[in-house]
Design a protein around this ligand. Structure first.
Ligand code: 8YV
Length: 314
């Protein structure tokens, strides 16, 4: 039997992905890049978010394709790959609905203090009902500010309409084309932060969006406002957010992503009751993850066969 192409992978991948790839490639662990035989590795499969930088690429001269399980490729140096003629595949358009659902799940849970309520209702102290505890913030008719009106941001806007929310957005480029159909109003970032009851972040992580939300931006938010991040952890300055939540200068935060990810187990954010943290579950539904697996596998195999990738970043 001819040897299968060797693929550097961020192992373990899910059993379904391992099974689907079994007869096509040999998955080798990330540390194989530092071992003899690295030059025979023909592709890279990024399942989580391991860094793919020029140093790694230099160790792997035989790589013909990089396939990413996910849409965000901030962990991959795409220009460096492109300079070497290596196409980078990702999974756009597949996870927008699931990620927008997660943004709304977090928004609702933070606004209505669901996690605190769950802990309380299951704990020893809930022995008598008291109408004055765990008061949250209204969601219907509140003002939602979306920062980043791409595919996911647009889906968040659509969900907000069902809650009769006023929807503001800020985007690098104003999206006049969709303002009417989505019922959204463009505002400069500072004005959006000042007016919003909920601020949802749906931008890709780039040099321009790193620490987009820092001390100044948090200070501009209402003391009753809630920050929701389903983008990437470094879009928010973690120290500044921790301070704002500790001092309660905003009402709360709900984070699908953190910086670093995961946070050290003794990080002060983990001790606060006004922040909800999910372990990066934006696209984590059975259906969405199946489609992501399928597309990322197709991209990988196409690249290995020297064919065009269905979804290519660089
Ligand atoms: C995935 C994501 O969970 O697509 C993305 O950019 O962050 C998520 O959908 C992740 O890529 C899987 O590691």
């Amino acid at each position: 039997m001819p040897k299968l192409p060797r693929v550097l992978a961020d192992l373990p991948v899910s059993p379904a992905i391992a099974e689907a790839l079994r007869s096509h490639v040999e998955l080798v662990p990330w540390h194989a890049a530092d071992e003899p035989g690295a030059a025979t590795i023909a592709a890279i499969y990024t399942y989580g978010h391991p860094t793919v930088d020029p140093t790694l690429l230099a160790k792997l001269p035989g790589v013909r394709v990089i396939s990413n399980f996910g849409v965000g490729v901030d962990h991959i140096d795409v220009p460096a790959a492109t300079a070497r003629g290596i196409p980078v595949g990702n999974t756009p358009g597949i996870l927008d609905g699931a990620t927008a659902d997660q943004a709304f799940t977090l928004l609702l849970a933070a606004g209505r203090r669901l996690i605190e309520g769950d802990r309380y209702a299951k704990g020893p102290d809930f022995v008598r009902y008291d109408p004055s505890y765990l008061l949250g913030r209204e969601i219907h008719h509140a003002t939602l500010g979306i920062i980043g009106l791409g595919r996911i941001g647009a889906q968040v806007a659509r969900r907000a309409r069902a809650f009769d929310m006023t929807v503001l957005y800020h985007n690098r480029q104003r999206r006049v084309d969709v303002e009417q159909s989505l019922g959204v109003q463009y505002l400069p970032r500072e004005a959006l932060l000042t007016k919003s009851d909920y601020v949802v972040l749906t931008v890709p992580l780039t040099a321009q969006t790193r620490h987009l939300i820092g001390r100044t931006e948090l200070a501009a938010m209402k003391p009753t406002a809630i920050l929701v991040n389903v983008a990437r952890g470094p879009v928010v300055d973690t120290d500044a957010l921790t301070e704002a939540l500790q001092l309660r200068t905003i009402f709360g935060a709900a984070l699908d992503v953190t910086d670093p990810e995961p946070l050290p187990r003794d990080h002060p954010l983990l001790k606060l009751d006004n922040v909800i943290i999910a372990p990066h579950l934006g696209s984590a539904t059975v259906e969405t993850r199946q489609r992501m697996a399928q597309v990322s596998i197709e991209n990988l195999l196409a690249g290995l066969a020297g064919k065009a990738l269905a979804f290519r970043v660089g």
